[in-house]
Design a protein. Structure first.
Length: 100
């Protein structure tokens, strides 16, 4: 599995979440298998998103879609408050119990 790991500051979560939800079909069409959204416990104006893909190429391709069609347009990313950091990761090891 490969993960597109994204971090960036936001102005407010409800506005960001509405925009994120508006791209659900785009994510599905790009091959996103699952996603996780989090923020630091001490900073609700910073968001962390992990999007899981089958291949590194699919993750990298979607990163370019985000750069060119979403993050570059304020109307498409209304709560974006800074430059996103996005990189493709490969899962080298995974352990744990479900639900934790």
């Amino acid at each position: 599995m490969h993960t597109l790991h994204i971090e960036h500051p936001i102005t407010d979560y409800p506005t960001w979440k509405r925009a994120f939800d508006g791209f659900a079909q785009m994510r599905a069409d790009a091959g996103v298998r699952s996603h996780r959204v989090a923020h630091p416990v001490d900073d609700d104006h910073h968001i962390v998103v992990d999007l899981d893909f089958d291949t590194a190429a699919a993750a990298a391709s979607f990163r370019e879609v985000l750069r060119t069609r979403v993050w570059s347009r304020p109307s498409a990313s209304p709560a974006l408050a800074g430059e996103p950091m996005a990189r493709v990761l490969v899962v080298a090891e995974h352990t744990g119990r479900g639900g934790e």
